[in-house]
Design a protein around this ligand. Structure first.
Ligand code: SF4
Length: 120
């Protein structure tokens, strides 16, 4: 099966034509550098995304804390990750980069704070 995708590895946004047999990459055209080829392979064989969202807080200066995963996680885990995020409540001040949930969902990545938050 052939499909089009846009490489998001740099602002050039090359249009890639990808041929795959399920999750097996057969060919890629349209890339201007090797990163595009690698991106097409990753997207075909093991798509992943960095989760960016917010968690609830209690007793801090804002009601929500923006968070993200420290690395991309498998795309099929995003729903479970969002469900887990709903159960998190941060009650202590944090700095940008503070780990909110280590080894989040056992995926080998941390959920980290995107900004500093102080007590209310
Ligand atoms: S293929 Fe290379 S040049 Fe094109 S968008 Fe991807 S990283 Fe940028």
């Amino acid at each position: 099966m052939k499909r089009l995708m846009t490489c998001i590895e740099c602002p050039q946004g090359c249009r890639l034509e990808v041929e795959a047999d399920g999750t097996r990459l057969i060919s890629v055209t349209g890339y201007k550098c090797k990163r595009g080829q690698a991106y097409a392979r990753q997207e075909t064989e093991a798509p992943s995304r960095t989760l960016t969202t917010s968690v609830l807080t209690r007793g801090l200066e804002l009601k929500m804390l923006p968070v993200r995963t420290s690395k991309p996680i498998p795309r099929e885990k995003l729903f479970a990750a969002m469900e887990a995020v709903k159960r998190i409540v941060v009650t202590s001040p944090v700095k940008a980069g503070s780990v909110i949930a280590p080894d989040f969902l056992g995926l080998g990545v941390d959920l980290v704070a995107c900004r500093r938050l102080e007590k209310a």
